[in-house]
Design a protein around this ligand. Structure first.
Ligand code: ZN
Ligand code: ZN
Length: 375
């Protein structure tokens, strides 16, 4: 048997990836290397097989544990795992349905439909805050107009049942320890054989075409959100409903704002003397406006000031998060002669004035306790 690549490497996930991460990675790769997308590309087909094989194992806790322990040997005849594992035989048909249900049509509530499509959209932090409409181009298969989706050059010809799969649309093949079901290679999973295929679509009944769809991304959307747009996936062919389109939203990082749920954090530098004397500073708000924040005398570095309702919208709610200004007290560098004199004078005075340094007071009393063996 040829050398096999590590299943985690195949799916491009880490060994501690969770189920969702594995599923996401699988979907992404399976879409990319799907034979429909890469006709005649043997390498893509091999990758697609590897991806499915890896996912088949890693999505199942029991199989994954066996794989982690024994590697590929767990699933090959003669290996330490051979015969030692019972994965509830007969479940592979179900696995097949689960795996391909989303991608290849298959069944949704007992009904066939076109494949679901996944697209990735990246938006800015500000767009996530305000909401945005994005035009996205989706490569998709639509019903072939030339043959009206029948796949036959002669529209009136009755399609024949595929002789390889007898119309079952899939075939079983042995793979190591298991039987795996695959789309029938003769009829490409259609179950039919067309004697005189349509020149436009080569008998598939669908052709590849780019469509542009406008997607409304709601205000407050978070990084990693998935938006489903029903019926905007691939055509299911004649008389079969289209699949759904899933838009995966990535939100870019912002240079000055950080986000945690609906709240926004912003670190604002304040000069040492400003923090000591108290001041009012102007801070940016994510909506592009500015607002003033009072910094009371004696503010310490790390202290937060809350700006109520200046955070993100909460999805499906009228609530808004808050914005937090986090003060960073800045120690001056490159002092002028005058500044140095002033600070030296200040320091001479401050040294005998412990109450003015709240952090030091607590810290040095603990240090004293430490050296006395009390801590
Ligand atoms: Zn056609
Ligand atoms: Zn067939």
């Amino acid at each position: 048997m040829a050398t096999k690549i590590d299943y985690y490497a195949v799916l491009e996930v880490s060994r501690d990836a969770n189920g969702d991460e594995i599923k996401r990675a699988y979907r992404k790769l399976a879409m990319k290397y799907h034979p429909d997308r890469n006709p005649g590309d043997a390498e893509a087909e091999n990758r697609f097989k590897e991806i499915n094989e890896a996912y088949d194992v890693l999505k199942d806790d029991q199989k994954r544990a066996a794989y982690d322990r024994f590697g590929h040997a767990a699933f090959e005849g003669g290996g330490p795992g051979a015969g030692g594992f019972d994965f509830g035989g007969g479940g592979l048909g179900d696995i097949f349905e689960q795996m391909f249900g989303d991608m290849m049509g298959g069944r949704r509530g007992g009904r066939r439909s076109g494949a679901d499509l996944q697209v990735q959209v990246t938006i800015t932090f500000a767009e996530a805050f305000a909401g945005v409409k994005k035009k996205i181009t989706v490569p998709t298969r639509v019903t072939c107009e030339s043959c009206d989706g029948t796949g036959s050059a002669d529209k009136d010809a009755q399609p024949e049942t595929c002789p390889s799969c007898h119309g079952a649309r899939k075939v079983r093949a042995q793979q190591g320890f298991f039987f795996v079901e695959r789309p029938c290679p003769t009829c490409h999973g259609s179950g039919r054989l067309i004697r005189n295929p349509c020149k436009e679509c080569h008998g598939t009944g669908t052709v590849e075409k780019n469509r542009t769809i406008e997607v409304t991304i709601p205000a407050g959307v978070e990084d990693g959100t998935r938006i489903r747009i029903s019926g905007e996936g691939e055509s299911g062919g004649k008389g079969v409903p289209a699949g759904d389109l899933y838009v995966h939203v990535s939100v870019e990082q912002h240079a000055i704002f950080q986000r945690d749920g609906a709240n926004i954090y912003c670190r604002v530098p304040v000069r040492m003397a400003q923090a000591a004397l108290g001041t009012e500073i102007e801070v940016p708000v994510v909506d592009g406006s500015r607002t003033k924040v009072k910094i009371p005398a004696g503010t310490q570095t790390g202290e937060h000031f809350r700006l109520r309702g200046k955070g993100f919208s909460v999805l499906r709610s009228s609530a808004r998060g808050d914005m937090y200004i986090q003060v960073v007290v800045e120690t001056p560098r490159h002092l002028t002669k005058r500044q140095r004199e002033l600070l030296e004078e200040f320091e001479g005075d401050a040294a005998g004035h412990a109450k003015g340094s709240p952090e030091s007071t607590g810290f040095f009393s603990k240090v004293k306790d430490f050296f006395e063996g009390k801590l």
